[in-house]
Design a binder for this molecule. Sequence first.
Ligand code: GLP
Length: 240
Amino acid sequence: MQIQIFQDEKSLHHAVAQTLIDAVKANPKVVLGLATGSSPLETYNNMMVDHLKNGTDYSAVVTFNLDEYVGLEGTHTQSYRYFMNTSLFNGLNIPLSQTNVPDGTGDLKEVCETYEAKIAKAGGIDLQLLGIGTNGHIGFNEPGTSFDTRTHITELLQETIDGNARFFESAASVPKKAVTMGIQTIMDVKRVILIAYGSKKAAAIRDMVNGPVTESMPASILQKHQDVTLFLDEEAAALL
Ligand code: GLP
């Protein structure tokens, strides 16, 4: 794992955004894996500003998001599809038809199979952006998730529901299940960049980097991926 530590969040987001922008410039047809949560928000802002200022071209880029809540239509303001449209896609020149977020409604078994097939048809994911949950989850792969999982339906742990409640009216309105790329889906990507900042993430970062590779710390599997870069601020890196 390569680790880059930044003094402040601003320079961290700038560096992550630049990495994504460089990947698009190097390969206009790049397949990007994208994440939701608060961690990438400012990174996405930087990408939209760059697109406006410098015209970076996303017309041939294809994207796959990690996950979606079960039961939320893409028009629901807390759905990850809505988040991605409003936080990034609408600010770039990417056709929405080339952006993929798992469908949280309908025949979920079919949703999972179709999602994996679409990733394969696109030639796999070139560059995957990840955040990390305080319990070490990546995507919505909670502690205990088998390392050989592909896109599947998962039950969210109470701590994840509580952690995401700030985006909803109450913890009770947070969906209890999600569709998520599996750990094996993530391990198959060519390159991973993981973004984490703030002291709340420090223990998870320590365990991911220095702890044993174990299904009780999902992100620890990344120790076995050959191309991972962590973009951290000093607080998230404090226990390394
Ligand atoms: C959610 C998402 C994850 C994300 C995590 C951390 O659970 N499914 O992909 O990494 O939240 O969120 P935040 O970036 O807001 O700390």
